[in-house]
Ligand binder design. Structure first.
Ligand code: GAF
Length: 403
């Protein structure tokens, strides 16, 4: 039998207690608190966020837990349980986005300090911090480990420093975390991941309009419908800083300019728009974005009507569109999706940016074992790395965790 990844995730309170103890041991002082920000899967609405479109993510029970204490020595020292013996130090007042001196995982930490200073929230040059973090999210699996890290740092600072204006404004928090990623780390992402990490609710998906930033928490009663949401991590690492993601974004912007609309969200007559574009590549990109936005509305409609199992068919359509029109899938994602469907999943699709990472499959409880076994066998036949399986439930957004 195929074993699911490590069983259920650790209880956040248990993790918080361990992270606080590790913090005290590393720094010899008490943290001001422990905060936790989750990763996400996007149920539908892929590559629509930077086209001002609609998305429907849910937060995962896996995430980044982080202990923090502010200091007045002007230095941030950060440690990660995943990189023992590698503390990173930087002075927030000396950070420069044009000449980044902090790289790797710590760039996401530094990016948040940089963005807070840039927006005028951290004027004091003497402000520093001690940070210790622990993550149970795989890196490069398209489950949003970077946004979870940014959001954990941001929420911890907002809370520990009493930045009440920001604390009361989730949209501003999202934009700040996005600016850390876009302008400091250099990955041109939209607002999907940070919104999911900060704004999701337990038991719900987040129906987000990326233009107005208005959002609703939509109930997602998977278990009640006898369904499981399976995450298949292909273990092909994806990165947003590499060219594919930026190229797609640029193609969408070019198509919107050619069509004379502010964003592809504004294309009303798809057939007419396709006729007006000469470039077949741009036609494919537009076809995906416009139909994907319709698919988000379709899934929300089905959920509201209590027809939960039927969202699987819409997942299948989304995957084909991402594979053939937007061209961001890869052989491992295609095999995971096709095999899941053949073994009885109600639907499956790649999730996140693509070019590797994870697929999601909606599976009836009694087909779970067969789907996992089928996908594992299909990967083994091709001599690919064994995929990693997790069953996800819609979890809470970022919060302080007391124990
Ligand atoms: C990545 C990005 F970070 C998101 O902003 C979004 O564009 C997604 O890819 C594709 O839907 O996760």
């Amino acid at each position: 039998p195929v074993r699911l990844h490590d069983g259920p995730p650790a209880r956040p309170e248990e993790t918080a207690k361990q992270v606080a103890a590790a913090f005290e041991e590393a720094y010899g002082l008490q943290p001001a608190g422990v905060w936790r920000a989750p990763g996400r899967v996007n149920l539908i609405g892929e590559h629509t966020d930077y086209n001002d479109g609609l998305v429907l993510p849910m937060a995962l029970p896996w995430g980044v837990s982080l202990a923090l204490a502010p200091t007045d020595d002007g230095v941030v020292e950060a440690r990660s349980a995943q990189r023992p013996g590698e503390p990173v130090r930087f002075a927030p007042a000396g950070l420069d986005a044009r000449a980044p001196s902090v790289t790797g995982w710590a760039a996401y930490v530094a990016g948040v300090f940089w963005a807070l200073r840039e927006e005028g929230h951290l004027a004091d040059d003497a402000l520093g911090a001690r940070i210790l973090l622990d993550s149970d999210l795989p890196v490069g699996a398209a489950l949003s480990s970077s946004a979870a890290l940014e959001c954990a740092v941001l929420l911890a600072l907002v809370d520990a420093l009493g930045l009440s204006g920001l604390a009361a404004d989730q949209r501003a928090m999202v934009r700040l975390a996005q600016s850390a990623e876009n302008r400091f780390v250099g990955a041109p992402t939209g607002i999907l991941d940070q919104s999911a990490s900060l704004r999701c609710k337990e038991g719900h998906a987040l129906f987000l309009d990326c233009r107005s930033e208005g959002a609703r928490n939509v109930p997602l009663p998977l278990e009640e419908a006898g369904l499981r949401l399976l995450i298949i991590d292909t273990r092909v690492e994806h990165k947003h800083t590499e060219s594919g993601y930026g190229d797609r974004r640029e193609e969408c912007e070019r198509a919107a300019r050619a069509l004379g609309v502010p964003a592809l969200r504004d294309v009303e007559d798809l057939a007419g728009a396709l006729q007006r574009l000469d470039d077949p590549v741009l036609r494919r990109r537009v076809q995906h974005v416009v139909t994907e936005i319709h698919r988000v509305n379709a899934v929300v409609g089905l959920l509201r009507a209590g027809r939960t199992a039927e969202i699987g068919a819409v997942f299948n359509g989304s995957h084909l569109s991402l594979r053939d029109q937007f061209e961001v899938s890869c052989p491992e994602l295609d095999v995971a999706v096709d095999t899941a469907a053949r073994k009885g999943a109600r639907g499956a699709r790649m999730t996140g940016g693509g070019f590797g990472g994870s697929a999601i499959a909606l599976v009836a409880e009694d087909r779970l074992e067969a789907v996992c076994a089928g996908v594992a066998a299909a990967f083994a036949e091709r001599r690919w790395k064994a995929p990693d399986f997790r069953v996800a439930v819609p979890a809470a957004g970022a919060r302080r965790v007391d124990w």
